[in-house]
Design a protein around this ligand. Structure first.
Ligand SMILES: NC(=O)c1ccc[n+]([C@@H]2O[C@H](COP(=O)([O-])OP(=O)(O)OC[C@H]3O[C@@H](n4cnc5c(N)ncnc54)[C@H](O)[C@@H]3O)[C@@H](O)[C@H]2O)c1
Length: 364
C-alpha cells in the first residue's frame, strides 16, 4: 500500500528533459492533491539536476517504476518510448499519464488501455490544454448554445517547422512526429473534446521539401532527411455530422500560427491557440460583421501543464472519470493515424475508435 501525505496522491516522473521543469514547478506549487516523490531519466545527471532544483528524490528508471509509494507515473520521455515506459508502470500496478502522443501507433496505444483495465489502474494522456481557461470557456459557451448547433470546424496549424531555432530538430521530421503528431495533436484533441468523436477522414499529404538544414546550435548547417509528411490537409467528419478542415504544415511561411474556429448555426467562435491555456476567445454573431471578445469563465489561463495529472489524482481520490484519459488520447491517435493512412491510400478512412466527450470541469 502506497504511503502518501494526507489528501495527496504520490507522483513519480520519468523523463527529465525540456518539459519537465514546468511540470515540476506546477505540480508542486499549483495543485494541492499531488506530492512529487521523485524523478528518473536514462541520463542520470539530468534526473539529479532536476531533483536538486525542485527538492524531490532522484531514482534510476527501474527504481522509480517500482517505487512502492508511487501511485501515478508521469511519463515525460520521448514519444518513441511512451508505450514502453507506461507499460512497465502499469505492470507494476501504477496509473500512467503520458505526454503526447499516448503512443506512436494504434497497437501500442490499444495495448496500454487493455493492460490498465486488466490491472485496475488509470491511463491518461496529454495534451491537457483543453482543461485550461480558454478552451473550457469555449466549450461552456458552445454547450450553452451561444453559436447554436455546430456545423463546421477549421483547424489550421501552419508554419515552417522547427529547424531554424531548435538545436536538435531531426526528430520533428521523422515518423511519429511531423506537424500533425507533434503540434496538430493539440487541435485534434481540442476538437474531439468539444465537438465529439470523429467518424471518418479524407486527406492529402506530402513532404514539399525532401531535406531541411539545421539553422541553430551545434549542428548548424547539418542536413536532415525528411521521412514523414510535412504538409497535410484533411477533411474530418464527426459522428454528430459536423464536417471540418484540418491543416498541419511545416512547409509554409505563416506567422499567425494558429486558427481554430467552430462555425455554428447562429454564429462563429474563434478559439485560442490550443497549445496554450488562456485566451483570446472571440464571437461573431450571425448577421453581424464585428468580432467581440468573450470573457473567460474558467481559471487556469497561465501555463498550467499538469492539469491532466491533477485531474487523474482527483479521479483516484473520488472515483470520477479522468478527463485527459487514455481513451481520449487513443481516439486522437487513431484520428491522426487515419489522416496519414487516408493520404497514403487515397481514400476515405473510417476511424474505428470512439470516445465520450470528457465532462467540463466544475465552474468553481
Ligand atoms: N519541449 C516542449 O516544449 C514540449 C511541449 C509539450 C509536450 N512535450 C512532450 O513532452 C515529451 C518530452 O519532450 P521534451 O521536449 O522534454 O524532450 P527531451 O528530449 O528534452 O526530454 C526527454 C527525456 O526523456 C529521456 N528518456 C528517453 N528515453 C528514456 C527512457 N527509455 N527511459 C527514461 N528516460 C528516457 C531523455 O534522456 C530525456 O531527458 C514529448 O512527448 C514531447 O512531445 C514537449
Amino acid at each position: 500500500m502506497a504511503s502518501s501525505p494526507a489528501g495527496k496522491v504520490n507522483v513519480g516522473i520519468v523523463g527529465a528533459g525540456n518539459i519537465s521543469d514546468i511540470y515540476l514547478k506546477n505540480l508542486s506549487a499549483m495543485f494541492d492533491n499531488i506530492n512529487v516523490v521523485g524523478i528518473a531519466d536514462l541520463v542520470v545527471e539530468r534526473a539529479q539536476d532536476r531533483a536538486e532544483k525542485f527538492g524531490v528524490g532522484a531514482f534510476s528508471v527501474d527504481e522509480l517504476l517500482a517505487h512502492p509509494d508511487v501511485e501515478i507515473v508521469l511519463n515525460l520521455t520521448i514519444p518513441a518510448v511512451h508505450a514502453e515506459i507506461a507499460g512497465k508502470a502499469i505492470a507494476n500496478g501504477k496509473s500512467a499519464y503520458n505526454e503526447k502522443p499516448l503512443a506512436t501507433n494504434r497497437e501500442d496505444g490499444k495495448a496500454l488501455l487493455a493492460e490498465a483495465s486488466a490491472q485496475g489502474v488509470l491511463v491518461g494522456s496529454a495534451p491537457d490544454t483543453f482543461l485550461g481557461g480558454g478552451l473550457q470557456s469555449a466549450r461552456k459557451y458552445l454547450d450553452d448554445g451561444l453559436i447554436g448547433a455546430p456545423v463546421a470546424v477549421s483547424a489550421q496549424m501552419l508554419g515552417h517547422g522547427m529547424e531554424s531555432w531548435h538545436p536538435d530538430p531531426s526528430f520533428f521530421f521523422q515518423p511519429g512526429a511531423g506537424p500533425l503528431f507533434d503540434v496538430g495533436v493539440y487541435y485534434v484533441q481540442a476538437l474531439a473534446s468539444m465537438i465529439g468523436p470523429v467518424a471518418r477522414v479524407a486527406s492529402m499529404a506530402r513532404a514539399s521539401f525532401p531535406e531541411r538544414i539545421v539553422g541553430n546550435g551545434p549542428k548548424l548547417g547539418e542536413k536532415i532527411a525528411v521521412n514523414t509528411p510535412t504538409h497535410i490537409m484533411s477533411s474530418l467528419e464527426f459522428e454528430n455530422g459536423v464536417i471540418g478542415a484540418l491543416g498541419a504544415s511545416f512547409d509554409v511561411w505563416e506567422t499567425t500560427n494558429s486558427t481554430l474556429v467552430i462555425y455554428g448555426s447562429e454564429g462563429t467562435l474563434r478559439l485560442p491557440d490550443p497549445n496554450t491555456f488562456g485566451g483570446p476567445l472571440q464571437l461573431l454573431k450571425g448577421g453581424e460583421t464585428k468580432w467581440t471578445d468573450l470573457p473567460l469563465v474558467y481559471g487556469n489561463t497561465e501555463n498550467s501543464r499538469g492539469l491532466g495529472v491533477w485531474d487523474m489524482a482527483n479521479a483516484i481520490q473520488t472515483g470520477e472519470a479522468v478527463r485527459a484519459s487514455g481513451e481520449l488520447g487513443y481516439h486522437v491517435l487513431d484520428i491522426m493515424t487515419a489522416v496519414l493512412d487516408s493520404a497514403e491510400q487515397g481514400r476515405h478512412v473510417e476511424v474505428e475508435s470512439t470516445v465520450d466527450r470528457p465532462d467540463l470541469l466544475p465552474l468553481a
